[in-house]
Design a protein around this ligand. Structure first.
Ligand SMILES: Cc1ncc(COP(=O)(O)O)c(C=O)c1O
Length: 374
């Protein structure tokens, strides 16, 4: 089976550990185990026996996940290795060659690549740059037909940080319902909305919704590799059966830590800390952008601030292409940023704003110095 290169992940895989400053992360600076757990918990973690555990997820972890979704019980939950595995399993479970899906763009391009490799026709609909990343509902209407198996959204969105309004969610559900389609929502950034409102999950609103999420982004712990799928029981059973062919199970020590993270008070504490970091860093970015435009309005970047998530997606005014810009910045200054080209959107950059403030500040100063030489 041919699969096209997943440009975004490939670029990070190759360079994220080679540079001095990595501004390609979309989540928030992670905790260490020592920062996260108290002494008793660290002791308990040391006693976790390293067996296979439960291949659909440790039961108390599945209960903790189910509690996040008012309409879900444990049998609606499958624990996966990151939300990346959740997305892969879901597409492999639901799609057949010749199917049609409608997919939001811009987007984390995993589902785009997997669906096309499976022989699925992918019809895009867009978030509009000139309308503060609001969804083009007319384009969605036109992309959906009785052959549409699912409407795929990433909400909050990677890379724009846009969050669908309740009206937009209702409109998507109405269009899906009309043709009996699934709404598949990657909600891995849900929880760190900057206004403090978590907002509903598609799972709360639609019987045919399937959602993927995990601990990597809003909850700041990608190194645990814990994600999940929440959906109708027959779908979860089918995805579990396919999980026997992929990774069998997640790691028990990760599941132990994940269960602690999802304790309501601790989860809230982590989200509050993350939101605080994002607000401060967004201020830093906005000051930097103002300094870039100073003196010459032609140097102004166009930017709609993210509503959620650890990244900002910006259009820069310079004539250089985004891949060349990112490559030269890495080679000449050891700073890594994501070029808009990985989303098919040249002249944009995605910058991680979930880093520690000092790292972001340093990276922006270097980026500014570099741009001044162009
Ligand atoms: C929208 C989205 N989904 C899924 C993933 C994969 O994340 P993980 O497998 O670490 O949970 C990412 C990573 O950037 C993402 O942005």
């Amino acid at each position: 089976m041919h699969i096209e290169e997943f440009k975004l992940e490939r670029l990070q895989s190759l360079w994220e550990n080679e540079v001095e400053i990595n501004l390609t992360e979309s989540g928030i600076h992670p905790y260490t185990l020592r920062e996260l757990l108290d002494a008793d918990e660290i002791d308990e973690l040391l006693d976790v026996r390293l067996g296979y555990g439960w291949t659909n997820g440790e039961p108390t972890l599945r209960e903790a996940i189910a509690r996040l979704y008012p309409r879900a019980g444990v049998d609606n939950v499958l624990v996966t290795n990151g939300s990346a595995e959740a997305n892969f399993l879901a597409m492999w479970t639901l799609l057949e060659p010749g199917d049609e899906i409608a997919l939001m763009l811009p987007n984390y391009m995993q589902i785009w690549g997997v669906a096309r490799a499976l022989g699925v026709e992918v019809k895009p609909f867009h978030l509009c740059a000139d309308a503060a990343w609001r969804i083009d509902l007319e384009e969605l209407e036109a992309a959906v037909s009785p052959r549409t198996k699912m409407i795929v959204v990433c909400n909050p969105n990677n890379p724009t940080g846009a969050v669908l309004s309740r009206d937009e969610m209702d409109a998507i559900i109405e269009i899906a319902d009309r043709v009996g389609a699934v709404v598949y929502a990657d909600e891995v950034y849900r929880g760190v909305q900057l206004d403090g409102e978590e907002g509903p999950s598609f799972h709360d609103l639609y019987d045919r919704a399937i959602v993927a999420a995990g601990l990597s982004k809003a909850l700041a712990h990608p190194g645990l590799r814990v994600g999940w799928l929440v959906g109708p029981e027959p779908f979860i059973a089918d995805a579990w059966h396919r999980n026997d062919y992929t990774t069998i199970t997640t790691a028990l020590p990760s599941e132990y830590v994940a269960t602690r993270i999802l304790e309501p008070a601790r989860r809230q504490q982590i989200l509050d800390r993350n939101r605080r970091m994002l607000r401060e860093n967004l201020g830093l970015l906005e000051d930097w952008l103002a300094s870039q435009a100073q003196g010459d309005p032609a140097n102004a970047w166009s930017f709609t601030p993210p509503q959620a998530g650890g990244m900002a997606f910006l259009r820069y005014p310079h004539r250089i292409g985004s891949t060349e810009l990112a490559t030269r910045l890495r080679q000449e200054r050891s700073v890594l940023v994501l070029p808009g080209d990985v989303y098919g959107m040249d002249h944009y950059l995605r910058l991680g704003i979930g880093e520690q403030r000092e790292t972001l500040g340093k990276g922006l100063t270097i980026l500014g110095d570099f741009l001044a030489t162009l």
